[in-house]
Design a protein around this ligand. Structure first.
Ligand code: DGY
Length: 339
């Protein structure tokens, strides 16, 4: 009997998803959430045919060096800036991500952050929990926040998640502007009620600016001190994309000095470390990268990652056709090398 292919799952995952993988594979699943060093990753990946990885697992040429066995890495996330796709492709390793299944949950969460930051939900809750309400004379003009309705929503990066954020704006009677590498087709603009503007115009006009662009070398500090200086002092910035797109030190300075009203952040430059200046401010809502963390969506992401491994290694109903590959050309090379 031939041995089952070996799969490493780098973080705790839903038991039913692990059970599905175990139908086909010899599964080694981590029971505890933790970061893996490059050496650990290298060692783990050298001994398996496939891996299901989290966004903190960084796979680059050095990690892959000398690896003769690995064929698939399935990322638990739509963003894949933790994977060096060129290095994986050169090494003949198929990579996959989890697009689409999280769009609506992440779009919901952008609104959670917009509302919480504008209406000071975090600060008010901290004040209440600290026991200040009983006995305090809360003034009629305390806790004043910003309205969303009737304001201008700006979206930087208008992919599937950005469009979900835009569609929801109709319920708040907001005008929607966006900036993107390319203009959306007319019907999509109509459906989103959104108009394309330059980045400078977006910064100038947005009352709420939501960042939904992928993290690339070019996008590093897409929102830094110069961009923050172009925004209205009454504006609210929301980042649900990736840390590093915003210069966190510059943002903290703008929030502290009243050059920006508030911010809602789900992602940070040095996750899981948060810039210490942000932690001292009351006008920023800070969340630990949970925009996709609804029960249904995290399950759907885990299942999709498993589907990719199962199919890529030639099992299941769609054997040979992983649903969301990032470098599908690699599979043609596998076929050619078998022939
Ligand atoms: C993603 O999928 O890239 C999200 O950031 C995960 O929550």
């Amino acid at each position: 009997m031939t041995a089952k292919p070996k799969v490493w799952v780098s973080r705790p995952l839903f038991p039913d998803v692990l059970a599905r993988l175990a139908q086909y594979f010899d599964v080694d699943a981590e029971a505890v959430e933790r970061r893996h060093s490059a050496e650990e990753l290298k060692r783990k990946l050298a001994g398996v045919d496939a891996a299901v990885l989290g966004l903190t697992d960084r796979v680059d040429a050095a990690v892959l060096e000398g690896n003769q066995r690995l064929r698939v890495v399935a990322n638990l996330g739509v963003g894949f800036n933790n994977l060096d796709i060129d290095a994986l492709t050169r090494a003949g390793v198929l990579a996959s991500n989890t697009p689409d299944v999280l769009n609506e949950s992440v779009a919901d969460f952008a609104w959670a952050l917009m509302l919480a930051a504008a209406r000071r939900v975090g600060a008010a809750e901290r004040w209440l929990r600290a026991g200040h309400w009983p006995g305090s004379h809360m003034r009629f003009d305390d806790w004043l926040g910003l309205d969303l309705h009737g304001r201008t929503l700006g979206i930087l990066g208008m992919g599937r998640i950005g469009r979900g954020v835009a569609r929801r704006a109709a319920g708040f009677d907001m005008r929607v502007l966006y900036h993107n590498r390319s203009r959306l087709p007319d019907e999509v603009e109509r459906e989103c009620g959104a108009a394309l503007v330059s980045k400078a115009e977006l910064l100038r006009q947005a009352d709420f600016l939501v960042l939904v662009l992928p993290f690339t070398r070019e996008n590093r500090h897409a929102i830094g001190a110069p961009e923050l200086a172009q925004m209205k002092p009454s504006a609210v910035l929301v980042n649900i994309a990736r840390g590093g797109i915003v210069d966190d030190a510059a943002l903290a300075a703008a929030l502290r000095e009243g050059r920006l009203a508030a911010a809602g952040l789900d992602v940070f430059e040095d996750e899981p470390n948060v810039h210490p200046d942000l932690l001292t401010l009351d006008n920023v809502v800070l969340c630990p990268h949970i925009a996709s963390a609804s029960e249904e969506t995290r399950r759907a992401m885990a299942s999709l990652a498993a589907d990719n491994v199962v199919a890529a290694l030639g099992y299941g109903e769609v054997a040979g056709k992983p649903p969301t590959p990032l470098n599908p050309a690699v599979m043609a090379r596998w076929t050619a090398s078998k022939a």
